[in-house]
Ligand binder design. Sequence first.
Ligand code: ADP
Length: 419
Amino acid sequence: MILGVIADDFTGATDVASMLVRAGMTTVQVIGVPTGVPPTADAVVVALKSRTTPSDDAVDESLRALRWLTDGGARQIYFKYCSTFDSTAEGNIGPVGDALMRALNTQQTIACPALPENGRTVFKGHLFVGDTLLSDSSMRHHPLTPMHDANLVNVLQAQTPQPVGLTAYTTVSQGAAAMQAQWQQHPETRWWVVDAVDNAALDTIAEACADMPLITAGSGVALGLPKVYAQRGWLTPNAQAAQLQTLTGAALVLSGSCSSQTLAQVARWQARQLPAYQLDPLAIASDPDTAFQSAWSWYESQVGQPALIYASADQAAVKQTQSALGVARAGALIEALLARVAQAAVAHGVDRLVVAGGETSGAVVQALQVQQLRIGRSIAPGVPWTEVVDRPLQLALKSGNFGGIDFFYEAINQEVAAQ
Ligand code: ADP
């Protein structure tokens, strides 16, 4: 293992893993901190759920992940967070980064959430989402991590007692040596927020950071690392890194996301006249076994054709269901039913599952007892096909707004929309 990644949420873990695969590193994503020997891969990504948990818990979990990765031989550690620097007033980026620095006995690290190909850039320490400052973007209304300040030096400084500085684009544009010189001249500064407005800057940052025991960043910085590892002779980039086995069983799409993009994807599938079955949340609430049996008999009648089973509904229908059942109960009932369908489908020979919805994906992965996923090629940015390490089963897990309008069809037909 060359790189050990600690990601603060599941879809973020998949995002960074697909960046690494794209640049030629074989990559396995594990869910939670496992026990036992890490899998054989150039990079191993531990997916935690530590973005909004109490910061003591986030620190504990991250340190356990760190120990497992360093015991497995990781040469460098990467703490991956969201490209919009999602964090609460208490953290968790600062406290987790400080704890990782202490444990790795290192004095400095960077903080760079930039992902220019997705419109996330850092300029003079300020994070932009497209053309707007983070604090003017929709992130200011996020229910869990509202971001009211685009100045990352300030945001991070509020989360750590350690001094935070800025490596501005003027230094980045002079190259890796200039960045390193700045860091060496100010040993008292422990965190450096680094500007990056394009992929060239990310390459320079990767070069400057290659000897840091710890990098903290969004997924962007990971794009440049494999090149640097190759220059050092640590890695032979593998053009087949994204290659998964060819499976010939049936494919099924399960959708529990109600995001506008998923609704458009469901509509597109139906417009293609492909088989689709809509779940009725009230029927699930009154008799989950019968609701399951109805969905399952319908699926069996499709005799192995790719099919879609969905609960996705528009805002008005969701509101109605939620007022009848309660928000949490409605969500849990639907997730449980979709997870049960996934279990039955896999038991009956389905070997490719596409799942729409972050929470829904979590429920399916848990029901199938999936612990390790090898990352394959991307169907859409941030959404790769993945393969369960110990079984011939492939999963494409997408959170709500990801994927183009024909995502389900493209996923099933292995058409690569973006690589
Ligand atoms: P996303 O990634 O779009 O946020 P999630 O799966 O994380 O999707 O969350 C969607 C939630 O909405 C899930 O808990 C799901 O069970 C629930 N849900 C799905 N369909 C309906 C519906 N028709 N009415 C109410 N809740 C629903």
